[in-house]
Design a protein around this ligand. Sequence first.
Ligand code: ADP
Ligand code: MG
Length: 266
Amino acid sequence: MSAVTSEPTSQVTSQVMVDVHGVHKSFGTLEVLRGVDLQVRTGEVTVILGPSGSGKSTLLRTINHLEKVGQGWIAIDGELIGYRRSGGKLYELKEKDVLKQRTGIGFVFQNFNLFPHLTVLENLVEAPVSALRRPRREAEATARRLLARVGLDDKADAYPRQLSGGQQQRVAIARALALEPKVLLFDEPTSALDPELVGEVLDVIKDLARTGTTMIVVTHEIGFAREVADTVVFMDGGVVVEQGPPAAVLDAPRHDRTRAFLSKVL
Ligand code: ADP
Ligand code: MG
């Protein structure tokens, strides 16, 4: 299989939940990811920073197989994304198997992407019932528990348009959790919010971090990165320029590009 340059083997330990290996991605002649390597350990939070256009969203989308990689491979919990092995060879997964794989990877978008015609409760129940074949009663009980967790148990019967942006994003997080994902991906989850609503969403994400949810968060919220991230990754021009603990990357960056970026956002 041409897209996979070498298979994940012994270097994938059970400790690594997300393993991105030598990933390239182009749109036409524009090479957006130019060999990205990234490992996220189980239970850890990785925050990705970087200027607009550096490939952050594209990287998240390849992890979720919303975009196919051009070269390299991605594994979640040791399972190759988008491919299956058979008789020592690799084959592309069929669309229905991609969808199944994707249910194990939660994605929270900048613009919430709730189903507008469904109530909050139905937004949380829909995928577990249709994709995971959970009994409706069980899915509803889980949904109510998750809504309580994000502080919205009184909004089960509301429609998305009746909620503030911060509330809608908390519903979107609860909806992602309803599929019991192995990893949660956040693409600028607070960028579309009025400033006074940012905190309530970050608080929910912090709570998930405390309870050991494996997460990759693309954000410009440096304070959040400092407080919550186990690893901060700085991307620019489709590569990981540097990564490390927040104190190292944010307070003592080694690369000029990181320093230039931080001087603009801090
Ligand atoms: P970031 O999230 O860091 O701002 P993106 O991953 O969204 O960056 O985009 C990186 C580059 O890839 C940008 O130049 C963007 O215009 C381009 N790009 C992203 N998606 C597509 C697409 N579907 N088709 C063509 N170009 C794209
Ligand atoms: Mg983006």
